[in-house]
Each structure stands twice: as C-alpha cells, then as structure tokens.
Design a protein around this ligand. Structure first.
Ligand SMILES: [Fe+2]
Ligand SMILES: [Fe+2]
Length: 283
C-alpha cells in the first residue's frame, strides 16, 4: 500500500480508537471509577489508549501527521442496557475491519498491530456483553450520574480547564509521535502526557461526580515541524493551564472541596516541574 494511503487508513483507525477512549472514560467517571462498572470501563479505556498509541507511533514513524479529531461514537443513550448493547456492536464491528486491514499489510509489525487490535476488540465486545447481561433490573433501565451540587460558574471553570488540559495532552502525544526519532525527546514528552492525563482525570472526575459529562473538546493542535518549536509551545501551554489552576485554587467555592484542592496543589507542582525541565532542555 502506498505510504499516503496507509497513513490515511491508520488515521481513520486512530480516530475510532480515540472515540472509544472518550466514550468509555466519560461513562466510567459518571458511574464512579471505583464502582464495578466504572472500573471495568476505565480498564477498557486504558486498553484503547494502547491501541491509539500504537497507531500514532506508526503514523509518526511514517512521517504522517496524526489526526486528533475523534470519530463519532454512535450509541443509544436511553439507558445502561441500550448503552452497553451499543458498545458491543461498536467493538464487534471493529473485528472484521481490523482483520481485513491486517490482510492488506506487507509490513509484519503493522500487520501484528492490526491483528492485535482485532482480537482485543473481540475481548472488549465480550466484556461489555457480560456487563450487559449482568445488569440488575434497576441498573438496566436507568442511567449513571449523581445530582449536581456545584454552582454553574464552578462547573464552567472546571469544564474550561478540562478542555485546555485535554488539548494540551493531545498536543503532547502528537509531539511525542511526530518527534519519536529525536533522541530522548519523544520519551520525555510522552512521559509528560501521562501526567497530563492524570491531571485531566482529576478535573473530569469532579465534574462527572456531579452527574455532568466532562467536556472533552479538542482545541487547536499546533503541527510544529521542529522539536524546539514544539517544546516552546508546550511551555506556553503549561503556563496557561497553571494560571487556570491557580485561579481555581483561589475560588471560594472550590476551596470547600478538599479533594479538589489537594489535586490542584499537586497539578501545580507538576506543572512547575515540567516547565523547569523543558526550560533546561531548551538551553
Ligand atoms: Fe481498540
Ligand atoms: Fe475496544
């Protein structure tokens, strides 16, 4: 298969995996990540992150630009029963899709990756089917989500941080994939992306605990052609979220939530660490 065609194909798969991550993550947070259903969904979301990462690495290695716009994830939102039925259908559809793609590949690594995406999708379909079948009557006919106890303005602030951090995290994985050949830099950037995912989770859980869907909306991704430029952009982006976190720290309503305060403090420390590290690399 010609390089450009292959990159386009992998980018479509990347968008599907991205969509699955977002869907399972949001659903998990709404259930509560420590509930059995929530924990299982989070576990699936993590596996979808591997899937997305393998594809992103391939695209970056081939000199392609990863498409970070998630595909739509079609599901019937009526109740848990219909939602899990949709998840089973989504995963099942991917099995023949990836098998067919794998058959077209000459490169043994790409072939193996696509085959693995196929059989892991099959496992996902089975796990979702099991949850679907074991739902209690009450769970089956209802939806996850608690009652909201936060003010509209605090929710908006949290959602704004979620959007900024999500975009920043996507930017980090993009840079790590694209600059994987630039010595240690790719490793260091992917390392920061893990922290960003955690920081994002802190805020997203806070919103979802109040029954509101975290706004995982992608902002502008900068397609920097050189690693130095990408690191400078990263630095500016971290300054922005550091300001947002500081602003939240000073919010009187937010201050009533001790868990949120502890997480904000941790995020700010991590962001200071990151800016100092990057400044050193740029020297
Ligand atoms: Fe997947
Ligand atoms: Fe899956």
């Amino acid at each position: 298969m010609e390089n450009k065609k292959l990159i386009n194909m992998l980018n479509r798969d990347l968008a599907d995996e991205h969509a699955a991550i977002i869907r399972y993550m949001i659903h998990s947070y709404l259930e509560g990540e420590d509930s059995p259903i929530g924990a299982s969904l989070l576990s699936r979301a993590r596996e979808e992150m591997w899937h997305m990462h393998w594809l992103g690495m391939l695209i970056g290695k081939m000199g392609g630009e990863p498409d970070l716009t998630p595909a739509p994830y079609p599901y019937d939102p009526t109740n848990r029963k219909t939602i899990f039925k949709s998840y089973v259908a989504y995963e099942k559809k991917l099995i023949p899709h990836y098998i067919k793609e794998a058959e077209l590949m000459d490169d043994p690594h790409i072939k193996r990756v696509l085959q693995r995406e196929a059989w892991e999708s099959e496992i996902h379909a089975k796990k979702f089917q099991k949850i679907h079948d074991k739902l209690t009557q009450e769970q089956a006919k209802s939806l996850p989500g608690e009652e909201n106890e936060l003010s509209e303005s605090l929710v908006e602030k949290l959602q704004h941080i979620i959007e900024a951090k999500y975009t920043q995290m996507l930017q980090a994985i993009r840079d790590a994939w694209v600059f994987q050949g630039s010595g240690l830099s790719g490793w260091q950037i992917i390392d920061f992306s893990f922290t960003k995912m955690k920081q994002l989770a802190h805020m997203a859980e806070e919103v979802a605990e109040n029954g509101i869907k975290p706004r995982l909306k992608k902002g502008n991704i900068i397609t920097a052609p050189a690693i130095g430029m990408a690191l400078k952009n990263t630095l500016e982006s971290v300054w922005t979220t550091r300001d947002l976190h500081t602003d939240m720290q000073n919010d009187p309503e937010a201050q009533k939530h001790s868990g949120l305060m502890a997480n904000l403090d941790l995020s700010l420390k991590q962001e200071t660490y990151e800016t100092e590290e990057i400044k050193d690399w740029l020297k």
